[in-house]
Ligand binder design. Structure first.
Ligand SMILES: NC(=O)c1ccc[n+]([C@@H]2O[C@H](COP(=O)([O-])OP(=O)(O)OC[C@H]3O[C@@H](n4cnc5c(N)ncnc54)[C@H](O)[C@@H]3O)[C@@H](O)[C@H]2O)c1
Length: 462
């Protein structure tokens, strides 16, 4: 069932205007006061998202004049195009290129005869060429935060697809070592996204900017709200402005599922739901999404936001006091130490292997103008409790140490998180390509091979 692509609105008055946006930001800034446990709760009535129906069904249009290559689910068939094929095992068929028109004039095409199934039958290794062909061959792209966890995986995939990759990172949380082995051809710029001049050098002549640079961690953002707004929000404004000025074809933004907060009935999170950020980190992401949409509406600048749900995988930093939960568990269990679970551990997450986030970015880059200004969930559509995650990882790591200790739940964290993938499915042809189990097996293999001796206590981010 195709879902609606979502467009952010403030209140119910229609598309955000620059003035309205400026007012909201100013109000938000005034609400951020150190010491207030969750200063952004008041945001609820202010920011709501309403959905605008996507073009009917899964129709995807490619404009011949678009700078973006055609959408992989949209097959050129004259002027109108569409392909939305489901293989018998439930995956998406991307190799539908032999499809023929079913309804002349509408662009609807029939099922492919050569489906490429993207269900869990694949292991964690991804053949990016099989999924994205030559769509990025010779294309200049920028990955902000390219030395980080997700950014380095994006760089890796783009390099394998023949793109000319420029990575910019201030190394506050990343490491160029994350690009070792595949990044020789990558131009590396060690600079902050707040540095307009260096950023301008990076984006000049680029077709896409994959904007991953940000400060992560909900708990740290509770302690340092101003710093988060400065880097995540002001930094994103800088990326938007510099990219627009440079004539970038599309800016893809790494947003976060944290902006949904806790829906009343633990329902799967859909893009049209009200945004209820419970932490400064989540609020910065909500503000960024609004800014991106504003630039699309007011300045005709092409942007897409992708709301990642708990991404995990190799190269996620385990050596930080604010490590994400998978990395923190891996480190503690690998070392035979005791892991910490905040709260009762029944909180759940839609844990998503990193290749899925990369895939969603590449799909969204390739889609046509229909998705300008849209937001899409990026997840697996499942739900795994932190206790279950712990048990799974303990088993994979042959852990025989002490049971985990429980600490009080942390301010700003959501109780449960599971994505509805209907809009992403309809809008960009996204379906997860690597499931939780193969992704976790690969992740644990990587940590086993790369984790050194423990370097102090770690604090899971769940
Ligand atoms: N990992 C997840 O589960 C998750 C979930 C939702 C959203 N996200 C978002 O995805 C993006 C990537 O996250 P990640 O998990 O790879 O984190 P990460 O910390 O590994 O990567 C972020 C990168 O941004 C860089 N960076 C930070 N501030 C910068 C600045 N001012 N200038 C230039 N570079 C800067 C860091 O050095 C780091 O390399 C972030 O925007 C994050 O908010 C991640």
């Amino acid at each position: 069932m195709p879902a609606s692509a979502s467009r952010l609105r403030i209140g119910s008055v229609g598309p955000v205007t620059t003035a309205a946006f400026a007012r909201t930001v100013s109000m938000l800034s005034g609400m951020i006061r150190p010491g207030l446990p969750s200063p952004l709760r008041n945001l609820r009535p202010l920011i709501v998202a309403s959905s605008r129906s996507a073009p009917s069904s899964v129709r995807a249009r490619t404009a011949a004049s678009s700078t973006a290559p055609e959408c992989p689910q949209a097959i050129r068939a004259g002027s109108a195009v569409l392909a939305w094929n489901r293989c018998p095992r439930g995956g998406t068929c991307f190799r539908a290129l032999a499809a023929r028109r079913a309804r002349p004039g509408t662009g609807f095409v029939k099922r492919s005869t050569q489906p490429l199934c993207t269900t869990e039958t694949f292991d964690a290794a991804v053949d990016w060429r099989a999924l994205h062909g030559d769509a990025f061959e010779g294309v200049r792209v920028v990955v902000t935060g390219g030395a980080g966890f997700i950014g380095s995986h994006l760089v890796e995939a783009l390099v394998s697809l023949g793109a000319q990759v420029v990575a910019i990172d201030d190394l506050s949380g990343g490491d160029w070592a994350n690009l070792d082995g595949f990044g020789a051809s990558v131009e590396r710029i060690t600079a902050s996204i707040l540095d307009a001049e260096r950023l301008g050098e990076a984006v000049a002549g680029s077709r896409y900017v994959f904007h991953q640079a940000a400060l992560g961690s909900v708990p740290r953002s509770i302690k340092q709200p101003h710093r988060y707004f400065d880097v995540n929000f002001r930094g994103t404004l800088r990326v938007i402005e510099v990219s627009q000025r440079a004539g970038v074809g599309r800016l893809l933004f790494a947003s976060s599922s944290s902006i949904y907060g806790n829906p009343p009935d633990d329902a799967a999170k859909r893009e049209g739901m009200p945004l209820v950020p419970l932490s400064p980190y989540a609020a910065t992401k909500a503000c960024c999404e609004i800014a991106l949409r504003t630039w699309t509406d007011s300045y005709d600048f092409d942007t897409v936001s992708l709301r990642y749900f708990n991404i995990f995988g190799p190269r996620q930093n385990a050596n930080s006091a604010y490590a994400a939960v998978v990395a923190a568990f891996a480190k503690a269990l690998h070392a035979g130490g005791q892991a910490t679970i905040f709260g009762d551990g029944d909180q759940s997450r839609d844990f998503t292997y990193v290749a899925n986030a990369v895939h969603a970015n590449l799909l969204a880059a390739r889609c046509g103008d229909d998705i300008r200004g849209s937001v899409f969930n990026v997840a697996c559509g499942g739900s795994v409790s932190v206790n279950a995650l712990y048990g799974h990882m303990a088993q994979l790591l042959d852990y025989t140490g002490p049971a985990p200790q429980h600490a009080p739940p942390r301010v700003g964290e959501v109780r449960s998180s599971r994505a509805d993938l209907g809009a992403a499915n309809a809008g960009i042809g996204y379906e997860p390509i690597v499931g939780f189990a193969p992704g976790m097996a690969e992740t644990v293999r990587w940590y086993r091979a790369h984790l050194g001796p423990p370097a102090g206590p770690s604090e899971p981010d769940a």
